[in-house]
Design a protein around this ligand. Structure first.
Ligand SMILES: [Mg+2]
Length: 193
């Protein structure tokens, strides 16, 4: 699969929104705190994937799309879980304020990356918790909306840094996971949220 470099975050967000609409995810839609809980769950899945396989891709390629085009193998591994974090992040930024995530992630500076994978996962959890707190108090301050956008952007920025550090092609992982998600049943078999 080639990586389309020209695809912008806005285009990818539109694809995510379209797919989520088709799969019923905006019926009985999540609240902000619920969305944050689900974002945490993808970070936890990244943690679990690392414990099992390190950074390696663990997708069962025995199921070949060439043999059965309608039965794509479920992508497994840290890269795929990072794609899940990315997909949810775009969806949430759209759902809760039509935030320009690319602009929000463009703030100067870099976050420190730890040599411990688990420590980096904890940092992602802390960032998501911080976004929850910022959102909860945003109405109290005129700068609240910008603060929420920045907290969203910081998570994407750190996620991209991690992909650079661990040599994960986030756009490629995004394309692979979206291709799989498009084949999944309505609400992935009637999941509650
Ligand atoms: Mg996942």
């Amino acid at each position: 699969m080639t990586t389309p470099q020209s695809k912008t975050l806005a285009v990818m967000t539109a694809e995510v929104v379209d797919n989520n609409t088709q799969h019923g995810w905006y019926e009985n839609v999540v609240t902000f705190p619920e969305a944050m809980a689900l974002l945490h769950s993808e970070v936890a899945e990244s943690t679990d994937a690392w414990r099992r396989w390190g950074i390696d891709d663990a997708t069962n390629t025995l199921i070949s799309p060439a043999v059965d085009p309608g039965n794509l193998p479920k992508p497994e591994g840290v890269g795929s879980e990072f794609a899940d974090v990315f997909i949810r992040l775009m969806d949430d930024a759209w759902l809760f304020g039509k935030i320009d995530l690319e602009a929000a992630a463009a703030s100067p500076g870099q976050f420190g990356i730890n040599m411990s994978f688990l420590t980096n996962m904890n940092t992602l959890h802390v960032m998501i918790a911080r976004l929850s707190l910022v959102e909860e108090t945003a109405f109290m301050d005129v700068t609240g909306e910008q603060d929420v956008a920045k907290a969203f952007g910081d998570i994407l920025k750190f996620l991209r840094q991690l992909c650079g550090y661990y040599d994960i092609d986030l756009t490629w992982e995004y394309e692979r996971k979206m291709a799989f998600n498009r084949t999944r049943p309505y609400r992935h078999g009637n999941k509650r949220k």
